[in-house]
Write a protein that binds this ligand. Sequence first.
Ligand code: NDP
Length: 329
Amino acid sequence: MADTFRAVLISRDEDKNQTVEMTELSPSDLMDGDVDVRVEASTINYKDGLAITGKSPIVRRWPMIPGIDLAGEVIESKNPQWKAGDKVVLNGWGLSETHYGGYAERARVKGEWLVRRPDGFSAKDAMAIGTAGYTAMLSVLALEKAGAKPEHGPVIVSGATGGVGSVAVSLLSKLGWDVIAVTGRSSEHDYLKDLGASEIMDRSELSEKGKPLEKERWAAGVDCVGSHTLVNMLAGTKRHGSIAACGLAQGFDLPATVMPFILRGVSLHGIDSVMAPKELREEAWGRLSEDLAPEKLRAIASEVTFDEVIETAKSLIDGKVRGRVVVNL
Ligand code: NDP
């Protein structure tokens, strides 16, 4: 490995103006950690778009290498759990917030943050899944642990053409659910049907203030957008159904009433991918290797070069990116 490596760096001046550039670093520039990883692939999540555009306060120390996900191979390790050549994946754990992230050819991280990459997943496959796909799986696991089953009725997925939504639609349809995919993009109905959606709902049906309780229409749901959409999803959930809340693309507010909870026993499950414990991560990655059909993954993912990462992250925030984007380092 060369002495220097390329990395994207976010910096801030005294007036808190943010700049993002491709730069050259050496291993001594990296932050503390006990495992060095040669990063082969990363990805662009919504949160990466927010960090690169500075639209939300994701970065909490400057300068920062963004990228909340990475996949690659261990170069050297002081952690007994890992050795050179091990194939690993890392999602979250403060990458791009407080610790240098995946948009660099080399990363130094804590060994306990790493998960062994399941056999059969290349680094690019793992990043086609990324935090978005692993969050979709965490949401599915939360619904299953709450007792939700396909025979109870359909499942609804909001933000369906996004990264989390696309993977959630694919997983849930493979698991036997009738999936109602909620989207604002009329041009993507065929894409969602190909992923396994049995019904498409326009996002405008859920995005405005509705009634505290609506007709019972779905038994479970995965919500990527928050705000009125999540509230309306709760209002239309069948008795004793469950919704997993993982996102805020519409807003982080929750203008809800308690009616679905106390009159229908509906449950709301929060999903946190960043600090999820290692055992849950391993369970999620194990299930992804069983339940996500490779052809669906290929349909969801597109690829960009390392040089295109900054521009693509901006497009994602402008709502111009479908599915998942793999960054090939
Ligand atoms: P994407 O940008 O890929 O997808 C978001 C989708 O939300 C869009 O594709 C769009 O879907 C929909 N959307 C966008 N704006 C609006 C709006 N104003 N109203 C309603 N729907 C909208 O992001 P990701 O899939 O990567 O992430 C989805 C959400 O989940 C984000 O908020 C992200 O921060 C969050 N997240 C949370 C995690 C956690 O640990 N809890 C982990 C990962 C992500 P469409 O065009 O189909 O309507």
